[in-house]
Ligand binder design. Structure first.
Ligand SMILES: Cc1ncc(COP(=O)(O)O)c(C=O)c1O
Length: 400
């Protein structure tokens, strides 16, 4: 049974002959959201409307209460003791940019893994032109970092280590606990990119002594697009990327130095924050463990069944952290496979490099990339069967 109960994604042809899509692109953004998320967004926009933290009227106070509630719920899910350390951003990309541009200085060295997303690689690419050196930790062909190589690169200590919790390409999960212990022992802050795992994998920002954590609100946290999360440990002086009105200390011309105001300038995205709260409440109610087990089970079935198909190569992870599965087909370009699945079978998958060329170099799938199937909380076993059935049929047609 899907963790969400029922299967809103199942492909059915209704009386009018209309087809519903089978959405298997949850690693990009989760869909559908729980109904309570849509309702929370509507309520915030239509019935609350006000900007939180700016005025004393009733609606503004209600809005502020909603933001405080969101911080508490997110903090609980991510293992952050102080909810005021939860910062709302636009997305994981913005959170990562704040850290990289606000923490690294001319002459610094930063260590990343060979599985990082372009949201890490591209800002670093620019920073490398202003005196910041980037080193990449070796990874296995399945995407797991080599802890010995990380250990060696911590001497002398770099200014920062960046690690993706689980790959958006093949779901490979990194040994965060071990990596963060190594970093802590050398006094090096670790930035964890939890874009793919927040909402399905237990995360202990305080317990792991993370320096910073960045994640999306619109993926497994089930919120709407336009909302992301940033956490910065209180002893780290990360400069803000944007300064402006915060509704606090308005008499001062300098940005407040405390969290979350330091990093939250301008009108906040209240509908996004409200939707995120509803997403987190859904996860807490369903149980993150059951959602994770469901998605990982679907990922494992996909991996096994795809590996049995002639001409299909699966790029499985050493340790699976999400349900995402990447594969290629002999003689068929990934993007053509995606187009055929879309046009012929009403199935949405992602193809190509998934904004992670570095990960594809590690997995040996650069430059063409892969076909990626990413189930979500509401994907059912029947959905996966339909996908496999469709792929078999596509392969038969292509080989004729
Ligand atoms: C591993 C990883 N990091 C960062 C991002 C960027 O997330 P966002 O779209 O929320 O900026 C993504 C998005 O797919 C991702 O998969």
């Amino acid at each position: 049974m899907p963790a969400g109960g029922g299967s809103p994604c199942t492909v059915v042809r209704n009386g009018s002959g209309k087809t519903m899509f089978l959405y298997l692109d949850n690693a990009a953004t989760s869909h559908p959201k729980p109904p309570s998320v849509y309702e929370a967004v509507r309520h915030a926009l239509e019935e609350v409307g006000a900007t939180p933290g700016r005025a004393a009227h009733r609606r503004a106070r209600e809005a502020l209460g909603m933001v405080s509630q969101a911080r508490s719920k997110v903090a609980r899910l991510l293992g952050i003791a102080n909810p005021e350390s939860v910062v709302f951003t636009k997305n994981a990309t913005e959170s990562i940019n704040v850290v990289l541009k606000g923490w690294l200085r001319y002459g610094d060295r930063v260590v990343i893994s060979g599985m990082e997303h372009n949201s890490v690689v591209r800002p670093l690419g620019r920073l490398s032109t202003s005196g910041i050196a980037i080193e990449t930790v070796r990874c296995s062909p399945r995407g797991q970092i080599d802890l010995d190589d990380l250990y060696d690169r911590l001497k002398p200590p770099p200014r920062l280590v960046v690690l993706v919790h689980a790959s958006n390409v093949n779901g490979a999960m990194q040994p965060v606990e071990e990596a963060s212990k190594m970093c802590s022992d050398e006094g090096v802050p670790l930035l964890l990119d939890a874009a793919q795992t927040a909402g399905i994998q237990p995360t202990y920002a305080d317990g792991w002594n993370l320096g910073m954590l960045a994640c999306s609100g619109h993926k497994a946290l089930l919120g709407p697009p336009g909302i992301g999360i940033l956490y910065v440990r209180s002893d780290l002086d990360v400069l803000p990327l944007i300064e402006g009105g915060t509704g606090s200390r308005s008499e001062e011309i300098v940005q407040p130095e405390y969290c979350p105001d330091r990093y939250e300038s301008g009108t906040p995205n209240l509908p996004g924050i409200a939707g995120l709260t509803a997403g987190v409440e859904f996860i807490l109610k369903q149980g993150m463990d059951s959602i994770r087990e469901h998605e990982l089970a679907l990922g494992s079935i996909l991996e096994q069944e795809l590996a049995n198909l002639p001409g299909v190569i699966v790029y499985g992870p050493g340790v699976r952290g999400t349900g995402s599965v990447s594969f290629t087909i002999d003689g068929l370009n990934p993007s053509d496979a995606g187009t055929l699945l879309d046009a012929g079978f009403d199935i949405a998958v992602r193809t190509g490099l998934h904004c992670a060329p570095l990960a594809h170099q590690t997995l040996g799938t650069y430059p063409e990339g892969t076909v990626r199937v990413s189930p979500g909380y509401s994907t059912s076993g029947e959905d996966i069967e339909y996908f496999l059935h469709s792929l078999r049929s596509l392969l038969r047609k292509c080989r004729k």
